[in-house]
Structure formats: structure tokens, C-alpha cells
Write a protein that binds this ligand. Structure first.
Ligand SMILES: Nc1ncnc2c1ncn2[C@@H]1O[C@H](COP(=O)(O)OP(=O)(O)OP(=O)(O)O)[C@@H](O)[C@H]1O
Ligand SMILES: [Mg+2]
Length: 368
């Protein structure tokens, strides 16, 4: 079996390093400190928070993913679903079901995936005044056992039409839950900053910020080498540093690339850098459909700008040096295209530089 795991939460023996950060998060949890966890895509934010909670057996986790929420109704339903799934095997289950009876909750197991699915009456629209009720329920969970509530992709609250009102209500409720630890995880830095560092935001200065960075080369290389050796394969440092470089130091992408290398090699093989071509082609063949979907969303100008970022790197994209080789003369044309690429989540901005969210997409653009 392929020992490399990507696109999922990793824990236990699949979780590498981050000792100090885990300890820090653990201590904040114990003291019910509110914590913001920031980091780029696929760097390991969710895994780190899970691992910090899992390492302390007395903690109970309520994990709520807010990715893509569009309304208060959507947010409340996600939280309620998380509570029901979490409590389905406890003696509180009936009580919770009764409390939520007006929403006609039903729980079933999907026959294909075996995953529990929870649904509520669709004709009822939960409004902002449901937020206190939802937090009452969270509060009662917190009375049983030390509870950690994790809101993942928290920045997506800003998608709501009444985001400010929702944030104010959330903040008010959270303030009353002194015994419960709250962790807000986010990957879009400027949006998280808008929530936690803007003066007029209800969450202004309400939490300590921790950052999840790339894993240190040495520690992660050792971890990856041991995974290769589980499959009776050997890699040298040159291969690993090239993998780090192609995957732009993002742990999830490094694992994906190593997984592809693992698949195209055999037991007892000493892996060298000449394997990268086939490994990249394997990744491209699996991701091609989604790359093409992205390309179909772009105008010619946007695609030209994207190709230029892939070729030249995303620094100073409004300078003549960047624009001239691609035939652009007007910085506002480039700006509009970049804005669209940011909006589509193809590029992101980090320290004044535009980068591809997916480094393999960048490589594919250059290759095709
Ligand atoms: N500590 C770690 N040890 C080993 N691999 C890791 C570690 N952290 C992250 N990874 C790799 O990164 C992948 C993504 O991890 P995770 O989902 O926790 O990241 P994330 O930052 O929450 O991502 P997203 O931005 O998609 O929400 C994992 O599947 C794994 O391949
Ligand atoms: Mg995550």
C-alpha cells in the first residue's frame, strides 16, 4: 500500500514533527484561550489541530468545517450536524434530538459510503436568532467534558450577506463559554486578518494567532525516507530536495509527489531524479480534468497573465519587466486578470508575490 497520505487529515505515525506547536496549542486549549491558526493551503493546519486534541485523551472535539458556507442557516446547520454526529453514540443523543425536534432532524447511514448523514427540515430557514440556541447546545456539551470547538475555514463567514451581524452574535456567545476552548482555523490570511485584526470587527484582538509553517526540511526528509523504506525503496537527498522544490515546500503537495514517485517505482529500487518526469505525468493525468476546467473559465488575457506568472514568477507583475515579454502595456489589464485569478483561487498572494495555489497546475501550464 502506498505509504504517502495526502488530501486528508494525518495523525499518529503519519504525522511528522511540530512538537513545539502541538504543545503550545495543547496549553492554550487547557487554559480555554481562543486561538487562531493560520497557514497556507495543505500545509497541515487541520491535522495539527486534530493532533493537538488527540494527544490529550480527556478532551472532546467538536469540529465544524465552514468551507463554502453562504448563509447563517448553512452555518447553524453545519454546527448542529457536527453536534449530532459527535454525540450519536452517547446518552445525550436523545436529549439533543428532542431539543432539535422542531427542525425534524434525521440521521441515517449512507449505504454506499457508510458515513453518517444528518438532515433537517429544509423548509425551515435558520436565522441569526438561532445562533444563541445553537451555542446553548454547545455549552451543555462543554459541561460534560473539556470541549474544544474548532471552526475550520472560518474566513468563509465573510461570505455571508450579514457577516458582521453573524460575527457579532458569535462573538457574544463565545464570550459566555469560558470553559470551552475555541480554535479558528483559516487559510486565506487577509480574510482572517479582516476578522481578527480590524478595529471594527467584533472579533478584533479576541484570539492569539499561531502560524503553521512548512515542515523543516531535515525532519520531513527523514520522515519521507522512512516511508519510502517501508515500501523497500530508497531515495537520496537530491531527490527529496527536488520534490520540496517542485512542491514549493507545501507538505501536502510533497506527500502527493512522493506518492506518485512511489507508484512508478518498484521494490528494491534506488530512486533517482530521473523519475520525476513520469511522476509528474502521473499527477497531470489524474488532475488534467480539473486543470482544463480552470482553463475553460479563463479569458485569453487571464490565461496569458497566468502563463506569465508560471514562467516569470509572480513578483512585481505590474512592472514593465514582467508585462513586456507577454505583450501587455497597461497595468490595469494585468490587475483585472490577477484579481480574477485570485477570485478563482488559482493564485494567492503571499508577501507581495502572486503564487499558484497548486504548484502542479503551474508545472502543467509550463509543460503543456
Ligand atoms: N505534520 C505532518 N506530517 C506529515 N504530513 C503532513 C503534516 N501536515 C500536513 N501534512 C500533509 O499535508 C496534507 C494536508 O494536511 P491538512 O489537511 O491538515 O492541511 P490543511 O492546511 O488543513 O489543508 P487545507 O488548506 O486543504 O485545509 C496531509 O494529507 C499530509 O499529506
Ligand atoms: Mg484544512
Amino acid at each position: 500500500m502506498n505509504p504517502f497520505k495526502y488530501g486528508m487529515v494525518v495523525s499518529g505515525k503519519d504525522f511528522c514533527g511540530r512538537k513545539a506547536l502541538l504543545k503550545q496549542i495543547g496549553n492554550h486549549i487547557i487554559s480555554s484561550q481562543r486561538v487562531v491558526v493560520l497557514g497556507e493551503r495543505r500545509v497541515g493546519k487541520t491535522s495539527t489541530v486534530y493532533e493537538a486534541v488527540n494527544q490529550r485523551k480527556t478532551l472532546r472535539l467538536l469540529y465544524v468545517d465552514l468551507l463554502g458556507i453562504k448563509s447563517v442557516d448553512g452555518m447553524c446547520r453545519r454546527i448542529l450536524k457536527a453536534i449530532i454526529v459527535q454525540e450519536q453514540k452517547t446518552d445525550w443523543f436523545e436529549k439533543i434530538f428532542k431539543t432539535l425536534a422542531h427542525l425534524r432532524p434525521s440521521i441515517s447511514v449512507d449505504p454506499i459510503t457508510s458515513l453518517p448523514t444528518v438532515s433537517f427540515d429544509r423548509s425551515i430557514e435558520l436565522e441569526a436568532d438561532s445562533i444563541p440556541e445553537v451555542f446553548n447546545l454547545i455549552g451543555s456539551l462543554g459541561k460534560k467534558q473539556k470541549l474544544v470547538v474548532v471552526f475550520d475555514e472560518f474566513q468563509d463567514i465573510l461570505n455571508l450577506a450579514n457577516a458582521h451581524e453573524a460575527l457579532a452574535l458569535l462573538r457574544g456567545e463565545i464570550q459566555f463559554q469560558g470553559e470551552i476552548s475555541f480554535i479558528f482555523v483559516g487559510s486565506i490570511r487577509h480574510k482572517m486578518e479582516e476578522i481578527f485584526t480590524k478595529h471594527d470587527s467584533p472579533f478584533f484582538k479576541s484570539a492569539i494567532t499561531l502560524t503553521v509553517d512548512s515542515l523543516p526540511h531535515k525532519e520531513f526528509s527523514k520522515f519521507l525516507k522512512s516511508k519510502f523504506s517501508q515500501g523497500d525503496r530508497e531515495v537520496d537527498d537530491e531527490v527529496l530536495s527536488k520534490a520540496f522544490q517542485i512542491a514549493e515546500n507545501i507538505p501536502g503537495d510533497i506527500q502527493q509527489l512522493c506518492g506518485a514517485i512511489w507508484e512508478i517505482t518498484a521494490e528494491k529500487e534506488m530512486i533517482s531524479v530521473d523519475k520525476f518526469k513520469s511522476a509528474m505525468q502521473l499527477i497531470f493525468s489524474r488532475e488534467q480534468k480539473s486543470y482544463e476546467n480552470y482553463i475553460n473559465l479563463l479569458t485569453n488575457i487571464q490565461l496569458k497573465v497566468l502563463t506569465a506568472v508560471a514562467k516569470e514568477g509572480g513578483k512585481q507583475v505590474f512592472s514593465v519587466a514582467f508585462m513586456k515579454p507577454s505583450g501587455f502595456t497597461n497595468p490595469s489589464t494585468v490587475r483585472r486578470a490577477v484579481n480574477r485569478l485570485l477570485q478563482l483561487n488559482i493564485l494567492f498572494e503571499s508577501s507581495g508575490k502572486y503564487r499558484f495555489v497548486n504548484p502542479f497546475f503551474r508545472a502543467w501550464i509550463l509543460y503543456r
